[in-house]
Ligand binder design. Structure first.
Ligand code: TA6
Length: 303
């Protein structure tokens, strides 16, 4: 792994992009441009903070998040790949795949003409556990950081056989109080209710939160709006290349069991994840590539 000084020499941009190492040995990329600031851990290429100028943080990170090498970080925008949820046959393989706890590399940093900062991360072959994944695939995360945030997760199949993947950008959004927000854009979608064993249901009206909520919405291609009256804002989630949207809040008991959301942490977060999960998994032909693309943007709302 390159040293901090080497990373800053090769990829740093004065007063805009720098690399630092925390007390746990984690390397973070810090971005500060005229439109926003952000922080990304090299482990998992995991966005852990995004704060547009003049706004409250949009991405939630648990105050009890543990930064332990090879362990998932609670919050931010974890990359779930090359499967979503538990592995279909190997119970000892990590939930949500190995990409989010693997060490990525940064392969590109640039200031764009519109003042945004573009970062490209890649998952090196040396970080892929061969006993879990023997396919010849590559994975890149291309981020555009500004007053909006874009992430493009690009999977390529370099092998001679088709490869099927599940994936998600498992993003935790900061909200004033999950009990007062509504999600718009999922009306009439069929979803698998994982709290009730995966039973299929149909979404009636907006999504609101009164208990543990863990749903995979299928054929959900419209924008999702997180309407937050307390923070007086709407977070718009636009996506391409993903037909499933996962909505999750652990609520009280699950949150206590997980142990790293902090006291009442669940009240201030909601996961809206753009995914290819369940029946929406993607099969890539030899030589094909797939883009899971999302854009997060903000709009004010009156009370
Ligand atoms: O995306 C929702 C979910 O699959 C939930 O079922 C819950 O397991 C959550 O992800 C968190 O998973 P993690 O492995 O990060 O604790």
């Amino acid at each position: 792994m390159e040293s901090i000084s080497e990373l800053n020499r090769r990829h740093g941009i004065p007063n805009q992009v720098s690399f630092c190492q925390d007390a746990h040995g984690f390397i973070h990329v810090e971005v500060n441009n005229p439109q926003s600031s952000a922080r990304i851990a090299l482990q998992g290429a995991q966005l852990t903070s995004w704060v547009p100028k003049g706004e409250e943080a949009v991405i939630w990170l648990s105050k009890q998040a543990s930064f332990l090498k090879g362990k998932s970080i609670r919050g931010g925008a974890p990359v779930c790949w090359p499967w979503f949820g538990p592995h279909e046959s190997q119970g000892d393989f990590p939930a949500h795949g190995f990409a989010r706890t693997a060490l990525w590399e940064i392969s590109g940093v640039e200031t764009q003409a519109d003042g945004t900062t573009r970062l490209v991360f890649c998952l090196p072959e040396t970080s892929v556990p061969k006993n879990q994944w023997s396919h010849a695939t590559t994975l890149e995360s291309r981020m555009t950081i500004g007053s909006h945030l874009e992430v493009d997760l690009v999977t390529r199949n370099l092998g001679s056989q088709p490869v099927t993947i599940g994936q998600a950008l498992h993003t935790y959004f900061q909200v004033g109080d999950v009990r007062t927000i509504r999600l718009l854009g999922l009306e009439e979608c069929v979803y698998l209710d994982k709290v009730e064993g995966g039973v299929r249901k149909v979404q009636e009206g907006a999504v609101s939160f009164t208990q543990e909520t863990d749903r995979i919405y299928l054929e959900a291609t419209e924008d999702v709006l997180i309407e937050d009256p307390l923070m007086r804002r709407q977070i718009r989630i636009t996506k391409k290349g993903s037909a499933s949207t996962v909505v999750w809040n652990p609520w009280i008991e699950k949150s206590a069991k997980l142990g790293d959301l902090g006291d009442e942490g669940y009240l201030h977060m909601v996961c809206v994840e753009n995914a290819n999960a369940a029946e929406d998994r993607i099969t890539l032909a030899p030589g094909a590539e797939h883009h899971l693309w999302v854009r997060y943007s903000l709009a004010p709302i009156s009370r």
